[in-house]
Design a protein around this ligand. Structure first.
Ligand code: NIG
Ligand code: FE
Length: 414
């Protein structure tokens, strides 16, 4: 006889499009998996005598564990001085062209020991876990050489062992051109494709790849060569596309069946048409838009009309989005990009899972999915996006076990 766990709550938001909250909600779990979800009164009788224990959150709302599908959590140093310079009129691009920006963080990250990098990143991840994130993506890209890229991805792997989260490790191979390759773009591409990527694959440190397709970074043709190499390893792709200008990266990513295109403030009509025909998710990063004082917004109404899946992420990084708060990103998605609260909620659950290729296991509360969910001191998920700087997370359940309970202040880290 099975020993099932019953979780009851005032309201249940499952992360299913078009479905409103379920009152007097119930979730039945069998070890790590969800086996039944619905309103308590509809719980099938045959399950009732198999229930070993019940957790009743009589005043709270349960949602799927949140998914932050675009982060650069692993880095050293900070760039507050660049932010201050931007307030005085400097631009993100001009700082990058003068050797600051990503290059600044590369230097700090190269110089940092693996253990120190782990500690810095663990603090950020702790904050994310405390606000309901149970799955996230972590990109490399501040290493640019094999040693440092491997160090970053190893830290991501260690974080997954130390915290109750699922982490997708993304090799951001084309982030910026290393200074030593200033006059040899082809040489750097060759290094990435022929040496760094295969070696990282040997070490099992890569789940997906990413690139920055932009005037100040890499061209569409360079990204295409990198994607072809990734395809040889059966890796999925993601792309920082159309953040500062239109480089037609979206069309390229859609053609490769990429998991997502991220930022896309400058997406063109033909980019939208390409996305509409694909399964590629549009990942919107409103905190980066806000922090850079950007002027052009992604065309959300057109994306919506074309039924393009939209996800929301923090883009946690020291340059354009120094935040760990997915809840803040949700608020900004509504306030700055005109997403509805429902779109925003699906953007950090169902469609965020899709942007990582993990939609069969995570992102919604349905039978056979992993029992990852969050107990919030709210009644409706609209409240998650409505508040600013408020964290109503009360408890986190990962793989069917309570891994965090605010009332007992249990820390995540094992
Ligand atoms: O997603 N656009 C490129 N990469 C990051 C920023 C990296 C940085 O400025 O350090 C982003 O915004
Ligand atoms: Fe990014």
């Amino acid at each position: 006889m099975k020993k099932l766990m019953l979780w009851r709550c005032k309201t249940l938001a499952c992360g299913i499009p078009g479905q409103d909250v379920i009152n007097d909600g119930a979730i039945l779990t069998d070890v790590e998996k969800i086996i039944w979800v619905g309103t308590y009164s509809a719980l099938p009788i045959q399950f009732k005598d198999q229930i070993k224990d019940t957790h009743h959150f009589a005043k709270q709302c349960i949602t799927p564990g949140l998914i932050d599908c675009h982060t650069h959590v692993v880095y050293a140093g900070n760039r507050a001085h660049e932010w201050a310079a931007r307030l005085q009129g400097e631009s993100y691009e001009s700082i990058a062209k003068q050797g600051g920006g990503i290059q600044f963080t590369v230097k700090q990250t190269q110089q940092c020991s693996e253990d120190e990098l782990f500690e810095l990143s663990a603090k950020r991840l702790q904050a994310m876990c405390e606000s309901g994130v149970t799955t996230l993506e972590i990109k490399s890209g501040y290493g640019l050489n094999f040693e440092t890229e491997a160090k970053m991805l190893t830290v991501a792997k260690r974080l997954e062992q130390a915290f109750p989260v699922t982490i997708q490790k993304t090799y951001l191979g084309l982030h910026t051109l290393p200074l030593e390759f200033k006059n040899d773009r082809v040489g750097y591409l060759k290094l990435v494709i022929e040496q760094i990527l295969p070696k990282l694959m040997d070490l099992k440190l890569v789940d997906a790849v990413d690139a920055f397709c932009e005037d100040i970074a890499f061209t569409k043709n360079e990204v295409e060569l990198f994607f072809q190499a990734a395809q040889q390893f059966n890796l999925k792709m993601k792309l920082h596309a159309e953040q500062l200008s239109d480089s037609e990266g979206v069309q390229l990513a859609a053609r490769f069946g990429a998991l997502s295109v991220d930022h896309i403030e400058f997406i063109s009509r033909s980019g939208i048409a390409a996305l509409a025909k694909s399964e590629t998710v549009a990942v919107l990063l409103p905190v980066a838009y806000y922090h850079l004082h950007a002027q052009q917004k992604p065309p959300v109404a057109v994306l919506r009309d074309n039924k393009i899946m939209m996800a929301i992420a923090t883009d946690c990084n020291p340059g354009s989005s120094p935040t760990t708060s997915l809840l803040l990103a949700m608020n900004m998605a509504c306030m700055l990009f005109d997403l509805t609260p429902e779109e925003t909620f699906l953007g950090v659950t169902k469609y965020a899972a899709q942007a990582l290729g993990l939609e069969h296991q995570y992102g919604s509360l349905e039978p056979n999915k992993v029992a990852d969910f969050v107990v919030w001191d709210i009644v409706h998920p609209i409240e998650l996006a409505a508040t600013l700087g408020v964290n109503p997370c009360q408890a986190v359940i990962k793989k069917g076990s309570i891994v965090y309970d605010k009332r007992s202040f249990r820390s995540f880290r094992s």
